[in-house]
Design a protein around this ligand. Structure first.
Ligand SMILES: NC(=O)c1ccc[n+]([C@@H]2O[C@H](COP(=O)([O-])OP(=O)(O)OC[C@H]3O[C@@H](n4cnc5c(N)ncnc54)[C@H](OP(=O)(O)O)[C@@H]3O)[C@@H](O)[C@H]2O)c1
Length: 184
């Protein structure tokens, strides 16, 4: 199975290493490949088209402009949403109590299976050494409306070194998003 990671900053780079360590083929998608000459990267849309599963590792606040162009490429695919709803100064983007970033992105990508995961863990901790605390792995919370996709992401998260907990429907992404706000 190949995994595309859209965005190549701290989260994209560390998740790429974790996926590679676990034997996955990764495809990195960025908006300006020419900026990353020393790395094997491609355009966001090509990465999205070529992957089985796609990780969103770009700022939440740009998803409204980026994702509508990827609807076809991401159709029927699992999209792992690592985003936290933040303004440019890291202050929280707040939602009505009946909504979240995960649910907002699923409404854009209606044909995809969006699964929230990994968003409560700082990128610095997304390394094999830091995920493993004396044999106890860091927890990641999974939420999504497609049971089979949640299960696949749970297995994938376990393989790359996390201790995943399936929290059920996507509306539960409201809680890990608030946890991330508190962490930050
Ligand atoms: N950092 C953490 O500890 C952490 C932990 C958990 C979750 N998260 C979430 O994970 C996501 C990634 O975080 P990050 O800290 O690695 O990086 P980030 O600063 O949030 O995002 C940087 C990446 O997004 C790309 N990007 C920015 N604007 C874009 C646009 N308009 N179109 C396409 N790509 C765009 C950048 O591309 P260029 O290189 O071209 O600028 C870069 O690859 C965010 O949603 C963040 O909230 C972060």
């Amino acid at each position: 199975m190949n995994v595309a990671i859209l965005g190549y900053a701290s989260v994209g780079k560390n998740l790429e290493a974790l996926f590679k360590n676990a034997g996955y083929t990764t495809i990195i998608g960025v908006r300006s490949p020419e900026k990353y000459l020393k790395h094997n990267v491609t355009r966001i849309v090509s990465a999205a088209e070529d992957a089985d599963t796609v990780v969103l590792a770009i700022p939440y606040r740009v998803c409204g402009e980026v994702l509508p162009n990827l609807k076809m490429a991401l159709s029927k695919k699992i999209v792992i949403d690592v985003t936290n709803p933040l303004n440019g100064d890291y202050s929280p983007i707040l939602f009505d109590k009946e909504d979240s970033a995960g649910e907002t992105l699923q409404r854009i990508l209606l044909e995809s299976m969006l699964v929230k995961a990994f968003n409560t863990i700082f990128a610095d901790n997304m390394t094999p050494e830091k995920l493993d605390r004396d044999g106890r792995k860091l927890t990641t919370f999974i939420a999504g409306d497609h049971d089979s996709a949640n299960e696949k992401v749970l297995q994938l998260a376990e393989k790359i070194g996390f201790s995943p907990i399936n929290t059920g429907p996507l509306k539960n992404s409201r809680y890990p998003e608030c946890m991330a706000h508190l962490n930050i």
